[in-house]
Design a protein around this ligand. Structure first.
Ligand code: GFB
Length: 312
């Protein structure tokens, strides 16, 4: 990308989109286009087409999506499928019609079969059944990957896809029911510390394994791929390091400084037992994450405390 190229970041108010904007600004890119959802409804095909026809971006980062943790995915199943399919279809088709030079679509590690061999290699896509709690979201993300591949095959578009592992960091959603595990634990332990509670509850058995990446590292990988990768096969973006939810909970408890106990609420779902991606293709291209989980959690706790001050 030329630093003066017109770059549209779809979803710039979300955790991923805002990290991509920060990373672009830090890299000297000075022609970034954004729209809030009030200004542009990405589920509305006519509005998306008008926007592309007026702005004619050169590059697109497709980071707009309806996202949430295990409970939100499982509860709002129709919204997760419909909203995400509409957003992807509208943007990817408009990018083709209005001759965008390159588009990067962001998916999720939940696209892989629930019981796929680990670590998850890109070629394991569509080799087995999906995890039930996030099947609608995963189906929408798989459709996005396939749209990029199909526009490449049929029309020669340079549309690439990347699959990030579980993310956390600045701009996260701290809603206790709808969020992912890290922001939920930051809030739970913080509140428990403030209220001097003897214990706090976390969901499930604590045994599932997850891989986590600090969102600014993910943004750096997205810029790297936009500049360096033109292949059809999507690329995994992970750290290669996994941790049980139980160990994660003790780490967050330590970072926050809560001194009470942890109790597991087995009425809540565990989700997929393990989700470790094989990121060796990305690593062999010369990119690797920088932020350790402990450092990232400490930074994330700082962002959460800022968010609390803003909320007041
Ligand atoms: O982060 P999370 O909601 O996403 O949950 P998934 C990860 C694990 O943490 C699950 C446990 O085993 C949860 O049961 N957990 C423990 C908690 N305490 C909590 C809590 O207070 N809140 C939450 N949210 N979890 C999502 C998918 O799955 O991952 C999406 O549903 C997407 O589609 C996203 O792929 C990255 O890793 O289980």
């Amino acid at each position: 990308m030329d630093t003066s190229a017109k770059i549209y970041v779809a979803g710039h108010r979300g955790m991923v989109g805002s990290a991509i904007v920060r990373s672009l600004q830090a890299g000297g890119y000075n022609n970034i286009v954004v729209r809030t959802s009030a200004e542009l409804d990405l589920k509305n095909q006519a509005q998306v087409n008008d926007f592309f026809s007026t702005e004619k971006p050169d590059h697109v980062f497709l980071a707009a999506a309806k996202v949430g943790g295990i409970l939100a995915n499982n509860t709002y199943r129709a919204d997760f499928l419909y909203d995400n399919m509409m957003i992807e279809a509208n943007i990817i088709n408009a990018a083709y019609v209005h001759e965008v030079k390159k588009l990067l679509f962001l998916g999720s590690s939940c696209i892989y079969p629930r019981l796929a061999q680990q670590p998850l290699k890109e070629e394991y896509l569509l080799t087995g059944l999906l995890e039930e709690t996030n099947e609608p979201y995963a189906i929408a993300k798989i459709a996005g990957i396939k749209l990029c591949e199909a526009y490449r095959d049929q029309y020669g578009c340079n549309f690439i896809s990347a699959m990030p592992t579980n993310l956390y960091g600045q701009g996260d959603n701290y809603h206790l029911q709808h969020s992912h595990v890290i922001p939920a634990l930051l809030r739970k332990f913080h509140d428990a510390k403030q209220n001097k509670q003897p214990f706090t509850e976390i969901w499930g058995s604590g045994t599932p394994l997850r891989e986590f990446m600090f969102v600014d590292d993910l943004a750096s990988a997205c810029l790297f791929l936009m500049n360096e990768y033109d292949g059809k096969l999507f690329v995994n973006i992970g750290t290669g390091e996994e941790i049980t939810i139980k160990d994660l909970a003790y780490l967050v408890k330590d970072v926050v400084g809560f001194e009470g106990d942890i109790v597991f609420d087995s009425s809540k779902p565990d989700g997929t037992p393990r989700k470790l991606m094989d990121s060796s293709r990305l690593h062999s291209m010369g990119w690797k994450h920088k932020t350790s989980l402990r450092d990232g959690l400490a930074a994330a706790y700082g962002f959460f405390q800022h968010e609390l001050i803003r909320e007041k």
